[in-house]
Design a protein around this ligand. Sequence first.
Ligand code: GDP
Ligand code: MG
Length: 785
Amino acid sequence: MKLKDLKIGKSGKVIAVGGEGALRQHFLDMGVIPGAELTVTKFAPMGDPMELRIHGYELTLRIADAAKIEVEPVVLKEEAAPAPASKKRPKKPSHPGLGETGKFHPKGTGTPLPEDQMLTFALVGNQNSGKTTLFNQLTGSKQHVGNFPGVTVDRKDGAIRGNKRTLITDLPGIYSMSPYSGEELVSRNHVLKEKPTAIINIVDVTNIERNLYLTMQLLEMDVPTVIALNMMDELIGNGGSVDINTMEEMLGVPVVPISATKNEGVDELAAHAVHIAEYGEKPLKQDFCSRDDNGGAVHQCLHAVMHLIEDHAVRAELPLRFAASKVVEGDKLIIEQLELDANEKDALEHIVSQMEKERGLDRSAAMADMRFSYIKKVCDRCVVKPRESKEHIRSRRIDRVLTGRFTALPVFILIMGLVFFLTFNVIGAALQNLLAEGIDALSGVVDRAMTAGNVNPVLHGLVIDGIFQGVGSVLSFLPIIVTLFFFLSLLEDSGYIARVAFFMDKLLRKLGLSGRSIVPMLIGFGCTVPAVMSTRTLPSERDRKMTILLTPFMSCSAKVPIYSFFVAAFFPGKGGLIMTGLYLFSILLGIVFALFAKKTVFKGEAVPFVMELPNYRLPSPRNVLQLLWEKAKDFLQRAFTVILIATIVVWFLSSFDLHLNLVEDSHSSILAAIAGLIAPLFSPLGLGDWRICTSLISGFAAKESVVSVMEVLFAGEGLRSAMTTLGAAAMLVFSLLYTPCIASIAAIRREMSRKWALGVVAWQCAIAWVAALLVRTVLMLFGVR
Ligand code: GDP
Ligand code: MG
């Protein structure tokens, strides 16, 4: 029967994995191989995708893909009956110290690298295995940690604390050395091309089978490697344990149990890493196929291929065993690099097809099966599985509501509603008032001091009407923005957003996207720049581009000041309603835009949805605080650079006329003359006033400056003299949709191209203009004036 027909709670054994190409390879790499046993755990509320448990972790996939996987129903024996909870504190596993037992590095022998040579380390591991947490511990740096597969998008470098000679690179998470998404290729190429002195392979011990699959392939790289067994706290806390000594022996590399969050074992890991790098201690074992595995077909094939390609691998500077594995799997990139001639390619195909015949599995499946059988041997001998972890039981309970059939969507809407309500109406708003009062008071003090001190009136004007009015008004939005980021990071770190991706997949597919696109979009409500960057985790170019083009429709937090400003001036008391309306309106337009794009430029199918759902975790306060501090710093930096400069320039241009005389009335200023030129463009929207045009233009530098510029230009004069309620509505809609700020455009250019970036500017402005006109017309018909 097909996997998709298996009922919830029922188990099956994989018989055959259909499909083809990279996706099929990805399934195999994730452990869906013939012979593997799995249990269906749930279906998403809309019936698609589904989630199953395999090799001790949860994997999601779409029904359409599940239809290609043949299973045979089986009854699994109860997973290892829960061990009686013993009162004794579980023991930490013992393991050899540095240089002990003489197995890997007899103390003090061998020739170390010269003192002045840099030791470079690649931090490689599955997504969500704790790489960034470990990186932060090792280097003392402050990178963002998340509980969503694929948070690290940019590689980061840092030195191990107290050892200037070292350089660690935190790479994007990968599941295997067969690249499936762009960032997987980044990680693989880093190891292959930049040739780090050593690899630190981080393994999530609570998910050890799947994590070791990558290890198997890393060991083939023939680079000194140390394994960091992470999350030992969780394993031990739930009654599991690992025989480290045996594991070291079976894998041929040092293994160090650690807990990255608790900073346990990290120093020891660093010592081991430096040691193997210095002494160039390569893995003792790479050969995990065995003569007596299923008649030895895979073993014979691999070794034959190794002999066949040996000279080519040396020339292409590829590790031999790695190249052979990839060639047997049919990896086109590697086969190309090897430059085999026609006869050799023929021989290769013959060897492989003979193996396929003898083994009764196709090439990719046979290789995956070989690796997983060795992993099984390792785990059977060294790992005492924990009982179902507290974290997992908790996650399942939470999931019953958060991804429940009837509860998922309402709860999602409720949560998002609550986040915006708390941000804009309660916490953020209260803090904002406090800060605004503070700034006002300070401005008052400075004003009085300057008057008393008889300061030059021009300077006085600049400080009070320029800087305090402009920058101060923007500064007061700091609390709102920080609060919004606080909630977004809470949702992300806890693991909830991964669930949102899971149950929104079916809806997003109607737009031609996959559930994974939900992450960049939600981040987009905070800031477009990281949102655009986070699209790198998407495994297809088409999805990536389309998602990037949609992020400008997610109203970023820098626009909040604009909305609040106009709501306060024109629609007092209706803030909640208008904000919600604006957000929904732009999401709606985004949907229309996506549908249009899907029908025209981005024809084709969304990528498959293969993802693992991590356990829910309580985000660590340190992490959250760190993130908030970074966002606040970012914002302050902008306030005192871009926005300050924009404010001063605007103040200057509006205070002097073309002959550089101070003007009485800003209507005769330089700015009025310049802005007057484009004002006709905005007249149909009721925004023809030159001061409004100026503020909108300055919004290109940073959205917050729309407000600061308004404050400067309308100082003393009522905004109402220049704008009707109808105009304010048009202004809100226009600001909501028009071109993202210059930083976002730069990010889009980096991720796509100059042409696309310019395109975004052009059509967002056009869409904004048309939408504003439309809203204005409709409101006019309803009698608003
Ligand atoms: P990355 O995706 O590999 O960079 O993983 P992160 O460093 O972002 O961590 C993923 C999640 O695992 C975060 O929620 C961490 O708090 C959590 N985590 C990392 N290390 C440990 C650990 O040693 N023990 C436990 N219990 N959780 C950990
Ligand atoms: Mg990371």
